[in-house]
Design a protein around this ligand. Structure first.
Ligand code: ADP
Length: 363
């Protein structure tokens, strides 16, 4: 059977285990020899026990677990060709020529580069007598399928990334809990949620918890935000509301691109309205806990589709990323999606927020 390996890379997210499970079982079902690569690219570079054959039962009882049981890491070695050469050696000697990468745009970029270099890496290994001529010939094509694991929903080409829905569950559970205590003491709470470049979590959390105000990177606040915020909070209190909830995304900014932080917002509320105001930073709670039904199914479907894509690949097939389009798992060209995702980041850096939002939408 074909050699196929799966690994998780970059930041973890809930639902990655469902994806790993699905890749392993679909791979085995279709007659592949399936491997785990532990600790992302680091395990690929280091080899040894990090690359281990998986079997049907090694992915039992993981679908309900958050994070990734095979570990994830950032890996400096893989950024350098020397590291990628070691990784190629570790794959070829095990007969692995199919890779499923679950990660963010950085991880997918690395995979694409690896595939572009594959032939020249193999040539160098052959020259150094690290692999045989037979191996050079037998394993000359590397196939890649990606999936996006990220709680931020920050990737172009997919309606949802694996982990976003679970993170939202964590956030709204926390806000619901805060609301009951805020009500008792007539407090204002400022909730800081994740999202350095993408306000999706903050925005959807605000809509689903009746928050009074949300600050997100894509919609920088106008110069008069202080007056507008104070007026709104006052109005709400006047109309009988006993509490206020304000949600601030990590990456929230003003029109000059300067950060709007939870501390700044608190100072505004305290100085102008003298409300009893507290900050809650949700932090890594958002990445943890068990995956939602949506993320489990998303991981399963995407994993199966990724394996199908690899089995159908020809030498000419470009690396793909499996994404969600409406309710369909689809394959898109990996690098095009990465390029668009990077273009969004650039547009944000250029303070062209309209373009960023437009690029992020479906096309
Ligand atoms: P994410 O995948 O969540 O975007 P990173 O950007 O940290 O996270 O990327 C994860 C890993 O992918 C990096 O530590 C590195 O090993 C690899 N990687 C990222 N970008 C590249 C690149 N341009 N070339 C080679 N490897 C890369």
């Amino acid at each position: 059977g074909k050699g196929l390996a799966v690994f998780t890379s970059g930041g973890d997210s809930q639902g990655m285990n469902a994806a790993v499970r699905s890749v392993v079982r679909m791979g085995i079902y279709l007659g592949c020899k399936v491997y785990f690569i532990r600790e992302g690219y680091q395990g690929m570079v280091d080899g040894g026990d990090n690359i281990e054959e998986a079997n049907w039962s090694s992915v039992s009882s993981i679908i309900h677990k958050g994070g990734t049981i095979i570990g994830s890491a950032r890996c400096m070695d893989f950024i350098k060709r020397e590291g990628r050469l070691k990784a190629a050696h570790n794959l070829v000697t095990r007969g692995i020529t199919n890779l499923v990468v679950i990660g963010g745009d950085g991880s997918l970029t690395g995979a694409n580069l690896f595939r572009q270099e594959w032939a020249s890496l193999l040539d160098e290994l052959l020259e150094n007598n690290k692999i045989t001529k037979d191996q050079r010939e037998k394993y000359k094509f590397l196939h890649i399928a990606g999936m996006v694991g990220s709680i931020d929903n920050d990737f172009c080409g997919t309606d949802m990334t694996i982990g976003t829905d679970s993170a939202l569950h964590r956030i709204i559970e926390a806000i619901d809990a805060i609301v009951s205590t805020a009500y008792s003491h007539q407090r204002t709470f400022i909730m800081e949620v994740m999202g350095r470049h993408c306000g999706y979590l903050a925005l959807v959390a605000a809509l689903s918890t009746e928050a009074d105000q949300v600050f997100i990177p894509e919609d920088p606040v106008p110069n008069n935000w202080v007056e507008k915020l104070c007026k709104r909070l006052q109005q709400e209190r006047k109309s009988g509301q006993r509490l206020n909830i304000i949600i601030v995304a990590e990456g929230a900014i003003d029109r000059e691109g300067k950060p709007i932080t939870a501390e700044m917002v608190k100072k505004v509320v305290v100085d102008n309205l003298q409300q009893d105001t507290r900050i809650t930073v949700l932090g890594h709670v958002q990445r943890g806990g068990s995956p939602s039904a949506f993320d489990r199914i998303l991981g399963c479907r995407m994993g199966a589709e990724a394996v199908m894509a690899l089995m159908e690949a020809t030498p000419e097939t470009e690396p793909c990323v499996v994404t969600l389009d409406g309710n369909q798992a689809v394959r898109l060209p990996l690098m095009e999606c990465v390029r668009r995702t990077k273009a969004v980041a650039q547009a944000m850096a250029d303070k062209n927020w309209d373009l960023a939002v437009q690029l992020r939408g479906r096309s």
